[in-house]
Write a protein that binds this ligand. Structure first.
Ligand SMILES: *Cc1c(COP(=O)(O)O)cnc(C)c1O
Length: 476
């Protein structure tokens, strides 16, 4: 990237906005429902409404809830509404956070300090237990806060093995986490079984419902079989639910709920000796954007329970249609037994490389994430996917046929690269190269993979860039 400086003389507002619009041209296309992750879009009119709500509180700062009582009121109401939706009683308390990841980070600190305060014995090496399918945000939390992550394997339906969790409990265990549902496969872990184990051993148990918190309650109301996953389960001590996913809020809005203040109090940070004054914070951030909090409140009030229910109905009808379509293709299979509108599907045929199918779908204009363990394509279904479901399945059938009749595709191009990364036994090497890629992206040349001279990119870098669900998907 050229050595850009702040312009000597400021540009006209209009000109600035024009340049910015130009930057959008290579972005993922979500407005035409071509994108199957990252964006929860309900159309222009609704988006305009969210923007209006956001801008009403654009400059307000929730760092100080006493200065902006409006924001404290919104936050309190969002937490109350979410607690009721998740069947919590009046003792349930919580905070809004900047997103799902903050909602994964904070409970680890909270329960680490809860354990230190409550246990008679000194915990030198705190540990937490989670299924392999737990969201990567929890791995990050364990890494950041010096808590050892202990994984339990998944059964054939891709649910956590509750018995294996019990076997890993020891005197250092500060927390058990499971998902409702998991991000990779959309499967609800056996929350009731895990809750019973957590109660028996007196270990806190957090249910990560970042993805499903605002959808599963309505899926259940529609009559689908949803295993109990919320505060009705006695051992559950806390939950997280993202308003910026199926709550259809503006980005930057999630919630953490604790069964009562006895747990939540360990999330609060206070420092009294700072020359700047006495400081207290309920979460990770200092300055907190008022807009995100206001827009979350606006979304919940504008959609209402009837709005969420109707969108859940459309989302689930569309999901059923997509899954039936995938099951009608003999070479494909859905991974595990998804409980809502997020799922992965792989290949059951040696002749069909699923990543090669992904390449064909991409050539047809779809933005689809690849997942690994097992190799599969991923779909996060939203209401507006209803209008493209038939086309998606038709394109998928064509793509599978094409890959079947061109077996060399699996050993070429992107499919081969993905396959190598998913299966390469040298995980350390993969890690090193991904690290290097990010260093290059943020380094002095600020290189965005796939936008420069592609021949220059080392093979393994190209490979790595393709599997980065969370940092981005780049054309190589
Ligand atoms: C999305 C997600 C998160 C993390 O949320 P972000 O908002 O992306 O930070 C955590 N857990 C689960 C299950 C998720 O689906």
């Amino acid at each position: 990237m050229e050595n850009i400086r702040i312009p000597e003389k400021g540009l006209e507002y209009k000109q600035v906005l024009e340049i910015m619009r130009g930057y959008k041209k290579d972005d993922a296309n979500y407005k035409d429902s071509k994108t199957w992750s990252l964006v929860y879009y309900l159309g222009e009119e609704y988006t305009q409404f969210l923007k209006d709500a956001y801008t009403l509180f654009f400059s307000e700062n929730a760092l100080n809830p006493i200065a902006f009582k409006s924001l404290k009121q919104f936050e309190a109401e969002v937490i109350r509404m979410t607690a009721n939706m998740l069947n919590g009683n009046e003792n349930v308390v919580g905070t809004m956070t900047s997103g799902g990841t903050e909602s994964c980070l904070l409970p680890v600190v909270t329960y680490r300090d809860f354990a230190k305060a409550k246990r008679k014995i000194w915990i030198k090496k705190p540990e937490m237990i989670a299924p392999e399918s737990i969201h990567v945000g929890w791995e990050k939390a364990a890494h950041y806060f010096g808590v050892k992550m202990r994984h339990v394997p998944l059964d054939s339906t891709r649910r956590a093995d509750a018995g294996a969790i019990e076997k890993l409990i020891n005197k250092n265990t500060i927390l058990i986490v499971a998902s409702a549902p998991t991000y990779p496969h959309g499967v609800v872990d056996p929350i009731e079984d895990i809750g019973a184990i957590a109660l028996k051993h007196n270990i806190p148990f957090h249910v990560d419902s970042c993805l499903g918190g605002f959808l599963l309650p309505f899926v259940e109301k529609l009559g689908y079989p949803v295993p109990k996953f919320d505060f009705r389960v006695p051992g559950v001590t806390s939950m997280s639910a993202d308003v910026h996913k199926y709550g259809f809020a503006a980005k930057g809005a999630s919630t953490i709920l604790y069964r009562n203040m006895d747990y939540m109090k360990y999330q609060i940070y206070v420092y009294t000796e700072w020359p700047g004054g006495i400081y207290a914070a309920s979460g990770l951030l200092g300055t907190r954007p008022g807009g995100a909090i206001a827009a979350a409140w606006a979304a919940m009030n504008a959609l209402g329970q009837d709005g969420y229910l109707e969108r859940a109905r459309i989302t689930m009808d569309t999901t059923k249609k997509l899954i039936a379509g995938i099951r009608s293709i003999p070479e494909l299979e859905v991974v595990g037994t998804p409980h809502m509108s997020v799922f992965a599907y792989g290949s059951r045929s040696k002749k069909v490389n699923i990543y090669a199918v992904g390449d064909q779908m991409e050539a047809k204009g779809w933005n689809i994430d690849r997942v690994q363990k097992p190799m599969a394509l991923h779909a996060m279904v939203t209401p507006l996917h209803e209008r493209v479901a038939d086309k998606y399945i038709a394109d998928l059938k064509e793509s599978v046929e094409y890959v079947k009749s061109h077996p060399a595709l699996a050993t070429k191009g992107n499919a081969a690269l993905y396959g190598v990364v998913a299966n390469i036994p040298f995980r350390g090497m993969v890690k090193k190269n991904v690290q290097k890629m990010i260093e290059e992206m943020y380094g002095k040349d600020g290189k965005i993979p796939g936008t420069g001279a592609e021949e220059d990119e080392p093979l393994v870098m190209k490979i790595a860039s393709r599997l980065l669900t969370y940092i981005g998907r780049f054309k190589v």
